[in-house]
Design a protein around this ligand. Sequence first.
Ligand SMILES: *[C@@H]1O[C@H](CO)[C@@H](O)[C@H](O)[C@H]1NC(C)=O
Length: 624
Amino acid sequence: MRIRKRRLYFTFGVLSSLIIFLHILGSDIALYGREAEWQSTSLPFIHSQSEGPTFARNRPPEAQSQAPSTSNADDSKKFGWEDLPIRHPVASQIPLPTGKPLKLPKIQYDFKAEDRKAKVVRLRRQSEVKKTFCRCWSSYKQNAWKMDELAPITGRGTESFGGWGATLIDSLDTLWIMEMNDEFEEAVATAAEVDFGPLSPLSDVINVFETNIRLLGGLLSAYDLSDDERLLEKAKEVGNMLYVAFDTPNRMLMTKWRPIPAATGKEQTASESVISAEIGSLSMEFTRLSQITGDGKWFDAIQRITNVFAEQQDQTQLPGMWPVVLNARDMNFTMGSMFTLGAMADSLYEYFPKMYALLGGQLPVYKKLYEGSIKAASESIFFRPMVPGNADILISGEVRTDVKPPELFPHGEHLSCFAGRMLALGGKLFDRGEHIEYGKKLTDGCVWVYKACPLGIMPESFQMLPCADPHDCTWNRDTWESAIFKKSGNWISDLDSAEAQETIANMHIPEGFTSIPDRRYILRPEAIESVFILYRITGDREYQDIAWDMFEAIEKNTKTILGNAGIASVITKEGEDVQLEDRMESFWLAETLKYFYLVFSEVDVISLDDWVSNTEAHPFRRPK
Ligand SMILES: *[C@@H]1O[C@H](CO)[C@@H](O)[C@H](O)[C@H]1NC(C)=O
């Protein structure tokens, strides 16, 4: 997610929206202050290296004395999170469905045999993707082995997710899928040595969501693919650790969790403001862990949260969806006023249809959650932008209900590009043809934005001009020019004047956009993810050509000697060099390159009828 991915942008989003509304909404300033404060307190985790305590990996004696001792006679016995007494046990567990899975509709297109020429092109493209992965992987091995991330320009290793080897564990299943068997074996042996004890993280606060999607998800997926028991053992260790974060009076999750106080038996209480994706996106990983181990405690833990979402789905200010910030302490998920499928919310929604598939259709609540939220999103969040060429596309925006009537913010994000995939999958699973159409148009919208930007790559966030009537949406340059002037605070009466035209040129905003608040591209996967799924669902080979164009643009502009690096601005001026940033997020190897590889694979590799992926692109086996 991908708050993970989502946090920095949030400040931009709030700021830009705030500037617009400040005059109208005096009373909202307090709320903004709280969100902003929340924001700044969440950042240190990302930069935990400088903030975190200095003990960690090698336990110094003074830190050791704080740690609980579960061993009595045998001092060498490892600390086990599962041995920690539970302060707030459940009265009775919500049972994991173990009945016969329903026969769900087929998801993948019925592909016909491929002609020889097409196959040659496909395999050549696939080998280019693999080459890029190999370059990054061997550089990670050489320069940042066992660390969270490789800095692709300076070649340093960085610890951005607690120091448990995020890139190592996140990449396991990609190594398997790319048939890099020796590398996989070496990575599994190394991952099996990672310590998940209470003193192991390099930060005193753990982001449970990130740990869950990258580490637990990565281990479970690699286990599902390879059946290697060492991976299941590690997955259980991580699962037992994260389970402790649910040990609160109301069994709501501590999303920002402190392992050391938890391990010493301190009381924990869930927060009054948690991010919806951070509390709502543990369901797939915890369910899969319960399915594999037969121990239902993990499923019970997430299903209690699902039930709160389900009970309050129609009580929010945008019935069907939930605000991005929720009160977990009072279990009141209805009070916020900002609604989006993008940053901070995304995987909450993404997991509803996927959970339905993972449970073999045995829990109708996930269908209800999906259908209710998509009804609201299609009525209020999706919009058709006015663009040159009049392409019939959709963008997923934001709704704010703190103004009357509630207002659509035509604010697109790279993160929201997963929506095309979600709608196409939901459309297949629940036999809703119109959802597949939405899925196509949302994916086409992301592809349109890629192509409209000078480097052929989408920025983190952008704004467009929604057409009031999606059936009457013809490009009008004057309307666009007035809109960008309004947005930028300029007021020019004569749009055709030399002054006006010069101002427009100086803003460097490609036609069709009204502003570009965050011009970075940080190697994100969501657009190729949707292109890949749409290819597998529709069988339309044009998606492979689209994917190839995207790959070439990204590789050309982000490649470094040591890896691939994020771009500071994808809106370059003519003749200007591309500025790179010294970070290669673990999702580049875990997600982006995996989807680029899979779109050029045989269609039975990770078939959508056998596998369903978590939000970090880790495929879990579907029940048969
Ligand atoms: C949430 O809080 C509001 C305001 O206090 C209250 O009106 C509403 O009933 C609460 N909803 C739930 C589900 O607790």
